[in-house]
Every structure is written in structure tokens, then in C-alpha cells.
Design a protein around this ligand. Structure first.
Ligand SMILES: C[S@@+](CC[C@H](N)C(=O)[O-])C[C@H]1O[C@@H](n2cnc3c(N)ncnc32)[C@H](O)[C@@H]1O
Length: 232
């Protein structure tokens, strides 16, 4: 599958939704939880604010937001994959049942403009058929001055040790392990999705050209992950 095919991406995430959390923990050695927590530590969402997790998948960030804010009432999680949303609903029903789980497209959410105090997106931007349109749509639904944080893999152009390490990690660990679960082509997709994905300064430029007032980029995990921090 090639990046950019919305329908195929939706089907792929539906098909892996039941194993997604287990594999996520296995592939990141549980560290994705720390990176997500770090993102919230930087953004500092506070009680009473209204936040959205776009490309929420099985709901990690939205549930973390609810824990962080000790409140699940003003939190929305949106994803295009309905099976991932079913998992999210099930995970949150005991303690965070007020989270509003919505099926929707990050490129055209159909949500009211200027309504959120904050937005998070973890490992979603890379999967959008058009990152620029995704950023513009994120900006549209945020209030002026609102903050946003976008966590994803970093991509590495040319030759670099970090890029070499990423290739080894994906091709000799992630893909072979995913194959054991019958998900080889689904996880081969990570590498493909990184080919044209901008990182660092390029992500900053993209966000500023989409209309964000401020944009910053930080790296995590010895440079393997990046966080784009934005002000609307
Ligand atoms: C790699 S998963 C990340 C899930 C979750 N945020 C996490 O960190 O575990 C990417 C998610 O983006 C969603 N996605 C991809 N394209 C989308 C779109 N155009 N609109 C909404 N969700 C989309 C997929 O369905 C999938 O659940």
C-alpha cells in the first residue's frame, strides 16, 4: 500500500486495531507511553480546557489527556478507523466514559471552528494524504492562542547514523515481528510513510505556512522521534 490512499489506510488501521496496542508496546518497549506523557508535560493541558486528540486510534492520547486533566468531559478523540474507535470506547468506558469518540477525517473534520484550547496528534500526521491540509484543518478548529503538539517518527534524508538505525530497527525488528502476527505488509507501511514525511525545520515551515503563529520542534528518543509544538 502507498501513503495517500485514504480508504486503504482506513482499512489497514481497522484490520490491526485489535493487536495495535500490544504491538505498539512491543515495538517501542513501552516507551511510546513516556513520549506521549512528555508531550502532555510540555503542553500542560489544564482542568476545564477543551482538547481534541486527532487520529486518536485506540485512544491512548485522549485517555492520557483525561488522566492528566482529571476530567474526561471536554475531551474528544477522532479517527477514521471505526474498529480502532471501538477499542478506544471499550478502554475508556470504566473511568473516562465522557470522552467523545468521533469517527471523522482529520483533513475535513466537520467540527465547528475556533472551539478547542488544545490539540494532540500522535503518529497521525505521517498517515494523512496531505499533512498541510491536516495542519490547516487543525488550526481551523483551534481557538486563537490555543496550543497543539504533534508526535511522530522523524524521517532522515540522505545518509545518517540515525537514519541507518531507523532502517535497521524497522526492517530487522518491527517488520519480522509483525510478520509473526500476519501483519507484515501493514508494518512495512511505516517505512513507506516516512519517505516523503517532513521533519524538523520542514515541519515547522509547513505549520507556519498553514497559518500557525508559532512552531517549534524537539526531538526525543535519541533523535528517533519528533514533537512539533504549535501555537494557533
Ligand atoms: C499509527 S496510528 C496512531 C494512533 C494513536 N494516535 C497512537 O498514538 O497510538 C494512526 C491513526 O491515524 C488514523 N488516521 C489516518 N488517516 C486519518 C484521517 N485522514 N483522518 C482520521 N484519522 C486518520 C488511523 O486510522 C490510525 O488510527
Amino acid at each position: 500500500m502507498r501513503p495517500g490512499n485514504k480508504k486503504a489506510i482506513e482499512e489497514m488501521f481497522n484490520s490491526i486495531s485489535s493487536k495495535y496496542d500490544f504491538l505498539n508496546d512491543m515495538f517501542s518497549f513501552g516507551l511510546h507511553r513516556l513520549w506521549k506523557r512528555k508531550l502532555l508535560d510540555i503542553l500542560n493541558p489544564t482542568y476545564g480546557e477543551k482538547w481534541i486528540d486527532i487520529c486518536c486510534g485506540t485512544g491512548d492520547m485522549a485517555i492520557l489527556l483525561a488522566k492528566y486533566m482529571s476530567n474526561s468531559e471536554n475531551i474528544t478523540g477522532m479517527d477514521s478507523a471505526s474498529k480502532a474507535l471501538l477499542v478506544a470506547r471499550e478502554r475508556s468506558k470504566k473511568n473516562y466514559s465522557s470522552i467523545d469518540w468521533l469517527k471523522g477525517d482529520a483533513l475535513e473534520t466537520n467540527l465547528k471552528s475556533n472551539q478547542f484550547d488544545g490539540l494532540v496528534m500522535a503518529y497521525g500526521l505521517r498517515n494523512l494524504s496531505n499533512s498541510y491540509v491536516g495542519l490547516k484543518e487543525a488550526l481551523r478548529i483551534l481557538k486563537p492562542g490555543a496550543r497543539a503538539g504533534i508526535l511522530d517518527f522523524r524521517s532522515f534524508g540522505g545518509c545518517s547514523i540515525q537514519g541507518f538505525f531507523q532502517k535497521i530497527y524497522l526492517s530487522l525488528y518491527v517488520v519480522p515481528v509483525a510478520s509473526l502476527f500476519g501483519l507484515r505488509k501493514e508494518y512495512l507501511y511505516i517505512q513507506k510513510s516516512l519517505i516523503d514525511f517532513p521533519s524538523g525545520e520542514k515541519q515547522i515551515d509547513l505549520a507556519l505556512s498553514a497559518g500557525f503563529k508559532k512552531a517549534n520542534y524537539q526531538t526525543l528518543a535519541r533523535g528517533q522521534m519528533g514533537i512539533l509544538l504549535l501555537e494557533a
